[in-house]
Design a protein around this ligand. Structure first.
Ligand SMILES: Nc1nc2c(ncn2[C@@H]2O[C@H](COP(=O)(O)OP(=O)(O)OP(=O)(O)O)[C@@H](O)[C@H]2O)c(=O)[nH]1
Ligand SMILES: [Mg+2]
Length: 483
């Protein structure tokens, strides 16, 4: 493989063969053992992801990963009106802002402050009194190297004004989330999506009065550079999309039920899959956006039915839709799942807010893609129950602890019920002659739960098994109708 790669690398010179491996880690199941689903994405221009110096210099000015910061966090919030955020409070939102910065370790938080505002529209964001107070506090503390204003996206004018007022770089949620994604993206797939997510932000920052733009030609060149990059990235992602479609078809052909695990970032999705499958290779991490790649993991349900769990990228509130859209390609896997498991973090102070955010995003995605039926296939899980046994979960949710495995067996049972319903599989008991073709056929095309001797006829055996509606029809057609 490496030899082939080298030849291709040489012959394409500035092009590189990027290897996208969507590897299903079929670790514990009999039938699934040793099967992998590998995909190669080829012919991606290396400039897209690595060596375009001009683009890197331009992007680094805005996303600047080169240095780390000691941040002063300002959480502005609107008390009344349409911009008021519901189901949460400023103190909880500040905690999330702190968690975002900690995810960028060694970045640090120097201090935090909450400021009520009448709206987010003002040129300087804050009124004169607050501005003066903040200016004194920030300029008077030399250890503050950046200010993180905890709102989705600041306007150009606000960035410029505040940078002048405070004398340090100004960051918003888009910038911080981008920074995290840039650091955590490992696979080609994730990197491509992150690269595409950067562009709308950069485009909005591209200004004729930028100090680095001397002539209007500079401005046009950069505009074209962004356009060109966007086209190439979109083409590469389109290719990925069709490859993922192929992969989905292949999975469908294999006829293993697919269970997508979704939820707010850090809710414990990866940990839950680890608990459900026993896959020791999975590494849950206590930071936001630990998972940026969709991975597949095999598991067994109580009846012995083999399923594939899909780990997905976590949701987060208050980031622009352009950023979310870049991850919809990964969420498409969730949309094609047979069952969706929505993991909630019971220990989160912002549980209701996170729940509503996940459900409304799923709802939007389902409506957009015309797959509303998906919303009836959600199993809700209250995770981290060990941390807060007194928490009030949402109705019908299954309480579990992915670390102590409390409630995991009950969850497997619930998932099985949901899978049987959504895939029109059912549990049947059927008598077949021992060692017959019928018996072999059933073993091949269903999940056998148990085999017992038939007391009435020693030549027959009773097979209890799970079988899909279509396979059962096939069985009747090939065997029963011919008896
Ligand atoms: N005490 C306790 N901790 C848990 C539980 N489940 C997960 N955690 C911890 O929560 C943190 C996040 O877990 P992950 O499984 O990485 O969460 P995730 O939802 O996959 O996160 P992202 O991929 O970043 O969106 C880790 O430190 C886990 O050890 C649980 O049931 N109890
Ligand atoms: Mg994860």
């Amino acid at each position: 493989m490496r030899f082939v790669l080298n030849i291709l690398k040489k012959s394409f010179q500035s092009r590189v063969l990027n290897d996208l491996k969507i590897r299903a880690q079929f670790s514990i199941c009999g039938n699934l053992r040793n099967k992998t689903l590998d995909q190669n994405i080829t012919d991606i221009d290396e400039d897209l992801l690595e060596t375009n110096k001009e683009y890197e210099a331009f992007a680094n000015r805005y996303f600047g990963c080169s240095t780390y910061h000691n941040c002063f966090i300002i959480h502005p919030y609107v008390k009344w009106g349409p911009q008021k955020v519901r189901d949460t409070n400023p103190e909880k939102q500040v905690k999330e802002a702190v968690a975002l910065i900690r995810t960028l370790a060694p970045w640090k938080v120097e201090d935090t402050i909450i400021i009520p505002l009448p709206s987010f529209h003002k040129k300087t964001l804050f009124g004169a009194g607050n501005l003066e107070k903040l200016r004194n506090q920030i300029r008077g503390n030399p250890s503050i190297t950046a200010v993180f204003i905890n709102i989705g996206t600041l306007k150009n004018m606000q960035l410029k004004e505040l940078e002048m007022e405070f004398g340090v770089p100004i960051l918003d949620r888009y910038k911080i989330v981008m920074q995290i994604l840039r650091l955590h993206a490992i696979s080609t797939h994730a990197k491509l999506q992150v690269a595409l997510a950067e562009l709308p932000y950069l485009r909005a920052r591209l200004r004729k009065d930028d100090f680095s733009i001397v002539t209007s030609e500079d401005y046009e060149t950069r505009k074209l550079m962004l356009q060109d990059r966007e086209q190439k990235l979109k083409a590469a992602i389109k290719k990925l999309r069709s490859q993922r479609q192929l992969l989905r078809n292949r999975r469908k052909e294999m006829d293993y039920p697919i269970i997508a695990i979704v939820g707010y970032t850090n809710a414990g999705k990866t940990s839950l899959i680890k608990a459900l499958t026993g896959d020791e290779k999975l590494q849950p991490k206590n930071y936001l956006f630990a998972t940026l790649d969709v991975t597949m993991h095999a598991g067994k349900l109580p009846s012995t039915l083999e399923v594939i769990y899909v780990d997905t990228v976590g949701f987060i509130s208050d980031i622009p839709t352009t950023l979310i859209e870049c991850f919809t390609v990964t969420l498409e896997d969730a949309l094609f799942a047979d069952v969706i498991v929505h993991v909630e973090d019971l220990s989160s102070e912002d549980l209701i807010y996170q729940r509503n955010h996940v459900l409304s995003t799923l709802n939007d995605l389902a409506v957009k893609s015309g797959s509303e039926q998906l919303l009836d296939r959600i199993v809700t899980v209250g995770n981290k129950y060990d941390l807060c046994p007194t928490a009030t979960p949402s109705e019908n949710s299954i309480l579990v602890s992915s670390t102590t495995h409390l409630g995991i067996d009950t969850l497997r049972q619930k998932i099985e019920e949901a899978v049987l319903k959504s895939t029109e599989r059912r549990i049947i008991t059927i008598k077949v002659p021992s060692g017959s073709n019928e018996m072999r056929w059933l073993y091949k095309n269903g999940a056998v739960i148990s085999v017992t001797a038939d007391n009435e006829n020693a030549e027959y055996q009773k097979i209890k098994m799970i079988i899909s509606k279509s396979k059962f029809e096939q069985f009747k057609h090939s065997f029963i109708n011919k008896r």
